[in-house]
Design a protein around this ligand. Sequence first.
Ligand SMILES: [Zn+2]
Length: 134
Amino acid sequence: MSYDPQIMRDPVTIEYTAWDNTFSLLMESPSGKKYALLYNPEHKQHGHILHHVRGRWITFRWAFKNEMAYAKKLIDQYRETTMVRTQAEHNVINARRQLCTTCKRPTGRCEDDTLYDAHGNGPLCPECHECYDD
Ligand SMILES: [Zn+2]
């Protein structure tokens, strides 16, 4: 008996590999068999479903048109939620690294809204910026 993965039915975990811009939609059959759909229009294996057999990924079959459409929908959702949040987190991390030129403490701001004094000196933390205004 062979199991045919249906990404419409199975829970899908999305993994993103930044270096080659490839999404993997990972699925697991009720019996624990693992499948992955590769999604990257630039990649020659775009649309392949791979099957995990004895520690190796082997081509299983091409995804159907409706599966690819569903995969795209899932990836779009992933981009909007996970990846946007990741970018927001990066901004927070960058803000923590940005140090005030006056007191040498983190400014808590990101590049886009850096504070400067009237002479263009900065970045400044909000406290030092307020002091300057007074
Ligand atoms: Zn400061």
